[in-house]
Design a protein around this ligand. Structure first.
Ligand code: GAL
Length: 987
C-alpha cells in the first residue's frame, strides 16, 4: 500500500546511481560557509560547532490558533528536537493574484519567531510547490487558470511564483541565524521536483537566484523524492546525478513498512542504509553528494490516511513507534545522515478546504504529537534520542569504525567513531531488520578506553540499542553504557532502557570513587583499569551517587522507559513526575516551572534553587535522593470537564437553488472563456469548470433553463469532485440523480460521469430548470510536475440528449455560482480554506451572529430534511476550568465504527469556521477536534452543520455530541481568533 502517489521515487523514472560510482566516506570535503552556518562532507556546523539537526515537521496552517503553535513547539522541544521544519502553503495566503495575506492565523513570522523563542532552529520550505497533501500541493486556486506549465521556467508562472517568494522569503530573511536575530538555519526551494529537463533546470536556477536576491543567506537545498540523485549540488562528482543550483543535497524516504487500510500492521521493513553502510560501503541515498552531509529533509514518522479506510492513524503511530524511532533514526545517524527531519512531528488538521483529494480532514499522521496535541508514547521515546545527540553532538559527524561481530547471527552491529574525539556509537539492530524476535547477544570491542567484552544485551522486537562508548559526558569518562543516555549535564546523568532488561554502565576514575547505590545496583571496581562498573535492571527510577575518584560528583539516575518518560529537561533543569515540563525559569531566587499534568503527580527537581513554583503556585519541597527536591504533596491534576449536551437545534432547508423560482440572475453566465484545465471539454461545449469563474474551493452550483422536448431523454454529466466528492442533480426542484465518487485507496478517483434518465416531466413543453451541485473535495496535488492540479473541478461537460443520442441535442444555458464573491470573498480573516458555495454559506448561516430564531426548532435531534442540503444550528456554552488545556471535539454517530449505513455528509462549522467534513458512509473520521481559540472554552459557541443527502429517512444525520479528546492541567493562555460574526448575504 505504500503507493505510487506517495513516494514519488517509486513512480518516477530517474537515473539510479551506479553502485560502483558510490564514493566512500569523504573526510576531505572543503568546508563551505554561509555566515554562521557551514558544512563539510560529514555534518552541519553552527558557529563552527558540529551540530546534529534533529528536526520535526509542523504546519502552522494546520492549527488555526496561533497561541497553540507555541504549545506544539514547546512539546517538540520537550521531546528532544533541536529544530522545527515548516512548509508554507502559498494558497493559504493568496486568495487572488497580487494579494498575499500574512495576518492573523496566517502570521508565519509569528510562527518562526515563536520557534526561536522556544529554543528551536527552523528549516523553512517555501515551495512554491510543497505537496504536503494540500489541495493543489499548496498552489493558490487562481494559479489553476494559468496556462503556463507550473514548475517550469515559463515566464508567466515564474512571475506568479516570484510574487509569493518575494513575500515569504522576505519574512524568512528577517529571521535567519546570520543576522544574529533568528532561528532559520536552512532553506528549501521547490519540493520533490522529479522532472529534470532543461526548462526545469532553468526554473531551479531562477528559484535559487531570486531566493538569494530576497536576502536568504543560509544554505539552500531541495528535497529529492526518494534517493535518485536529483538536484545534487553542481560539482558533485557522482556519475548519474542531476546537478542543480543548490548548496546541499537532501532527500526523503518513508521506509517504515505499512499499515493496511483496515489499520493492521502488515509487516515492518528493516531500516535501509541510505549512507555509509549502503551497497558498496558508501553513502547510499546520500551518495549523490559526497561533499555535503547526509540530509533527510523528510523521514517518515507516520503516514497520512485516506477517505474510506477503517482509520489507520493509531496503526501508523504504532508502526512508527518507540522501537521504530530508535531503529530507523538511529540507522540514519550511523549512516552519516546527521540532518533528519521527521515528517510529521505534529500533523494537525486539514481544516476547511485545505486537504488534497488523497486525505480527509484529520492530518493526525500517527505523529509523535497527536492531532489533539497530546503526546503519544513514541514522543516520550524520542527524548533519549535528543538527549543522546545533545550529550554527544559528534554523532552527527561520525564515520564507520572497525567491524564488530555479535554472538548472534540475528544481530547486526554498526560501529561508528568520531574522527575528532574517538567517541563511539554502536547501534545494534536485528538482521534482517524486520525481525521482531527477542534476541540476546554479546560482542567484544576495542573501544577508546580498552578492549571490552559486553555483557548479555537483549534486543526484543522491532528496536535498536544505542550504545555509547569512550565519551566525555556529565564531567565523567563514560567507558560505555548499554543503557541509553536521556540527559547528561554537569553532575547529572539519566540513563534508560527497556523495562526489566539488564543494563551496564562503566565509568573511568583515577582512583576508587565513593558510591552510594540502592539495592539492585551491583557495583564493582577494577583498580587495574580504574573502571567502576554498575550492573542493574531497568525499572523505576533509582539514584546512584558517585563522588571522588578525581572527578566532580555525579548523580546517576537509572530507569526504564516509563521512568524516563516522566522526566523532562528544560532550561537546564531536570524534573520528573508531571506529563510535561515546558520551562524552568529562575528569577529572584525562585524556580518557576511550567508544565502539564494529566493526573495528580509527584514532582522531583534537580536545581540549585530551592523555592519552586509550578504553573505559578508555590510547591512545598523537601530534600530527596541524589541532591534533588521532592514535592511534599502531589501537584494537582485536571478537573474533569462537564460538557453540555447539544440540544436546542434549529433547522432550515438550504437548497433553494433547486427550485424553479430561484432567482439566479446575479450568477455568472457560463461562456466559452479560455481556461487552463487539463480536462478536455467536448468540442463546441462551453467552459463549465469552476476555476475560470473564480471559484476554487468547496461546493459549486450550476443552473440551466431549457424548453421541455421529446429530446430531453437523459442528462450526461462529466464532473470533477476530488476524493470522495459528489454531484447532485435536480429537475424543477426534485432530486433526480446523485453520485458519490467511490473511495479508492491510495489513489482517489477524482472525476466521474453520471447519466441521469430524465423524468417524463422534462418532455412536457414549457420552461424547466436543471440545478446541479458539485462538491469539490480538493484539486489534485502536482506530484509529477505535469499540471495535475489543473484537472477540472465542478462540471466538465453536460449534455441533455435523447436516449439514443445525439449529444447536446437540447441547448442548455448554464449559470454558475460558488463561494460568495469568488476570489474577492469577504471573509478574509478566516481566509481561503473556509468557504465554498453552499447557499447557507452565501447567506452567512455558518456565522455566529446569524439570527436563526425563525428556523424550525428540533430540540435534541437532527431530523431528516428534504433532498439536498439542510442546515442545523445550535448554541452551546462551555466552561472549561481555567488553567486547563483541553481539546474538545465534535463526534458523529457510533465512533466505534469507521462508517455508517446512513449516507450523508456534513460540513462542520464552529463559530463560523469550517472545521472539516464528515462523510458518514465513507469514513473513517467521526471525531473532529476544534482547537481552542476557534472554540470558546469560556463562553458561547455556535455550531452550524450543513448536511447533504438524498433526503431518504434512512440517510438522516446521526447523533452529534461534544467529546473531550484530551484534558490536562497546565497549557497556555489561548486568545480567541478574531473573525467576522456576520457578513452581507449573497444570492
Ligand atoms: C513527501 C512529500 C511531502 C508529503 C509526504 C507524504 O514525498 O515531500 O510533501 O507529501 O511525501 O506525506
Amino acid at each position: 500500500m505504500r503507493s505510487l502517489l506517495l513516494v514519488g521515487a517509486a513512480l518516477i523514472a530517474a537515473p539510479v546511481l551506479a553502485q560502483e560510482a558510490r564514493p566512500t566516506v569523504n573526510l576531505k570535503a572543503p568546508v563551505k560557509t554561509f555566515g554562521r552556518v557551514s558544512f563539510d562532507g560529514r555534518s552541519l556546523m553552527i558557529d563552527g560547532k558540529r551540530t546534529p539537526i534533529w528536526a520535526a515537521e509542523f504546519h502552522p496552517y494546520r492549527l488555526p490558533s496561533p497561541d497553540l503553535w507555541r504549545d506544539v513547539l514547546q512539546k517538540l522541544k520537550a521531546s528532544g528536537f533541536n529544530t522545527v521544519t515548516f512548509y508554507f502553503d502559498w494558497g493559504y495566503h493568496s486568495p487572488k493574484q497580487g494579494e498575499l495575506d500574512f495576518t492573523g492565523i496566517r502570521d508565519m513570522e509569528r510562527a518562526i519567531t515563536m520557534a526561536g523563542e522556544e529554543g528551536l532552529y527552523v528549516i523553512t520550505r517555501v515551495g512554491p510547490y510543497v505537496n504536503a497533501e494540500l489541495a493543489r500541493g499548496g498552489f493558490p486556486g487562481w494559479l489553476n487558470n494559468q496556462r503556463a506549465r507550473a514548475r517550469t521556467d515559463d515566464p508567466e508562472y515564474l512571475k506568479a511564483a516570484d510574487e509569493w517568494l518575494a513575500a515569504i522569503d522576505g519574512i524568512v530573511a528577517r529571521h535567519q541565524i546570520n543576522d544574529g536575530k533568528g532561528p532559520v538555519i536552512l532553506h528549501q526551494i521547490e519540493n520533490e521536483l522529479s522532472q529534470t529537463s532543461p526548462a526545469h533546470r532553468r526554473y531551479m536556477d531562477h528559484l535559487y537566484a531570486v531566493t538569494r536576491s530576497h536576502g536568504i543567506t543560509v544554505p539552500i537545498f531541495h528535497n529529492d523524492p526518494g534517493r535518485n540523485g536529483n538536484w545534487a549540488p553542481d560539482g558533485s562528482p557522482v556519475p548519474g546525478v542531476v546537478h542543480g543550483p543548490v548548496d546541499m543535497y537532501a532527500f526523503d524516504g518513508y521506509p517504515g513498512g505499512t499499515c493496511t487500510a483496515q489499520g493492521k500492521i502488515a509487516r515492518g521493513n528493516g531500516a535501509p542504509d541510505w549512507g555509509y553502510y549502503g551497497i558498496g560501503g558508501a553513502k547510499g541515498g546520500a551518495s549523490a553528494s559526497p561533499d555535503t552531509p547526509g540530509f533527510m529533509a523528510e523521514i517518515g514518522g507516520g503516514w497520512f490516511d485516506y477517505w474510506g479506510s477503517d482509520g489507520i492513524y493509531a496503526c501508523n503511530a504504532g508502526q512508527t513507534g518507540p522501537g521504530y524511532g530508535r531503529l530507523f533514526y538511529g540507522t540514519n545517524f550511523v549512516n552519516g545522515i546527521g540532518l533528519q527531519s521527521i515528517y510529521m512531528g505534529y500533523g494537525g488538521t486539514s481544516w476547511g478546504w485545505l486537504p488534497a483529494p488523497v486525505v480527509f480532514t484529520s492530518y493526525d499522521y500517527g505523529a509523535a504529537i497527536a492531532e489533539d496535541r497530546s503526546l503519544r508514547e513514541k514522543a516520550l521515546a524520542l527524548k533519549p534520542i535528543g538527549g543522546t545527540l545533545a550529550a554527544l553532538p559528534e554523532i552527527a559527524a561520525m564515520v564507520p569504525a572497525d567491524k564488530l561481530t555479535p554472538s548472534s547471527d540475528a544481530i547486526r552491529l554498526y560501529h561508528n567513531r568520531s574522527p575528532e574525539t574517538d567517541a563511539r556509537l554502536i547501534l545494534a539492530a536485528h538482521q534482517p531488520g524486520h525481525l521482531t524476535q527477542d534476541t540476546s547477544f554479546t560482542f567484544a570491542a576495542d573501544l577508546p578506553d580498552g578492549h571490552y567484552q559486553m555483557p548479555q544485551i537483549r534486543l526484543n522486537g522491532y528496536d535498536a540499542k544505542w550504545i555509547v562508548a569512550g565519551a566525555n559526558v556529565a564531567e565523567q569518562r563514560l567507558v560505555y553504557t548499554t543503557s541509553q543516555i536521556q540527559t547528561a549535564r554537569d553532575g547529572l546523568l539519566l540513563l534508560i532502557g527497556r523495562s526489566a532488561e539488564a543494563g551496564r554502565t562503566v565509568l573511568r576514575y583515577a582512583s576508587k570513587p565513593a558510591v552510594k547505590a540502592p539495592d539492585g545496583v551491583a557495583v564493582s571496581w577494577d583498580a587495574s583499569r580504574g573502571d567502576l562498573t554498575l550492573d542493574y535492571t531497568h525499572g523505576a527510577l533509582s539514584t546512584v551517587e558517585i563522588s571522588g575518584g578525581g572527578r566532580p560528583a555525579l548523580t546517576l539516575l537509572l530507569g526504564d522507559d516509563a521512568a524516563g518518560g516522566a522526566c523532562w529537561d528544560a532550561d537546564g533543569v531536570l524534573a520528573c513526575g508531571p506529563a510535561l515540563l515546558r520551562h524552568a525559569r529562575a528569577k529572584g531566587g525562585i524556580l518557576a516551572l511550567t508544565g502539564d499534568t494529566v493526573a495528580a503527580s509527584p514532582l522531583r527537581v534537580w536545581s540549585k534553587q530551592t523555592r519552586i513554583t509550578w504553573n505559578g503556585a508555590p510547591v512545598a519541597m523537601k530534600p530527596a535522593a541524589g541532591g534533588s527536591l521532592e514535592a511534599i504533596a502531589p501537584i494537582p491534576g485536571p478537573a474533569p470537564i462537564a460538557l453540555p449536551a447539544l440540544n436546542n437545534w434549529r433547522m432550515a432547508e438550504g437548497t433553494p437553488e433547486a427550485t424553479p423560482t430561484f432567482d439566479d440572475s446575479a450568477w455568472q453566465a457560463i461562456d466559452h472563456r479560455a481556461d487552463a484545465s487539463q480536462s478536455q471539454k467536448p468540442a463546441g461545449q462551453p467552459t463549465l469548470t469552476m476555476d475560470p469563474y473564480g471559484f476554487h474551493e468547496g461546493d459549486v452550483w450550476y443552473r440551466a433553463h431549457f424548453v421541455g422536448s421529446a429530446d430531453a431523454g437523459r442528462l450526461s454529466l462529466t464532473y470533477g469532485a476530488g476524493g470522495a466528492g459528489m454531484v447532485q442533480v435536480f429537475l424543477d426542484g426534485r432530486l433526480i440523480g446523485q453520485q458519490d465518487l467511490p473511495a479508492a485507496m491510495p489513489r482517489p478517483i477524482t472525476t466521474g460521469n453520471i447519466t441521469v434518465p430524465m423524468p417524463d416531466a422534462a418532455r412536457v413543453a414549457g420552461d424547466h430548470v436543471l440545478s446541479v451541485m458539485v462538491r469539490n473535495n480538493g484539486h489534485n496535488w502536482d506530484l509529477t510536475a505535469m499540471d495535475e492540479h489543473k484537472e477540472g473541478r465542478g462540471l466538465i461537460a453536460a449534455s441533455l440528449e435523447p436516449l439514443t443520442g445525439p449529444a447536446f441535442a437540447v441547448p442548455l444555458n448554464w449559470r454558475i455560482q460558488g463561494r460568495a464573491g469568488g476570489e474577492d470573498f469577504a471573509d478574509r480573516m478566516r481566509g481561503t480554506p473556509n468557504n465554498g458555495g453552499q447557499y447557507g454559506e452565501r447567506m452567512g448561516w455558518h456565522l455566529p451572529a446569524f439570527d436563526d430564531h425563525a428556523w424550525r426548532a428540533t430540540g435534541t435531534t437532527l431530523p431528516q430534511g428534504a433532498a439536498g442540503t439542510n442546515w442545523y444550528r445550535t448554541h452551546v456554552m462551555l466552561n472549561v476550568p481555567r488553567g486547563q488545556d483541553a481539546t474538545i471535539g465534535l463526534a458523529f454517530g457510533d465512533t466505534a465504527r469507521p462508517r455508517s449505513a446512513a449516507q450523508y455528509r456534513v460540513l462542520i462549522f464552529v463559530n463560523g469556521w469550517n472545521m472539516g467534513q464528515f462523510i458518514a458512509h465513507v469514513g473513517p473520521q467521526r471525531v473532529f477536534p476544534i482547537p481552542e481559540g476557534i472554540l470558546n472554552h469560556h463562553g458561547a459557541n455556535t455550531i452550524a452543520l450543513a448536511v447533504t443527502s438524498d433526503g431518504a429517512p434512512a440517510n438522516a444525520p446521526e447523533n452529534v455530541r461534544l467529546v473531550t479528546m484530551q484534558n490536562r492541567r497546565g497549557g497556555l493562555e489561548v486568545a480567541p481568533i478574531a473573525a467576522p460574526a456576520s457578513l452581507a448575504p449573497t444570492h
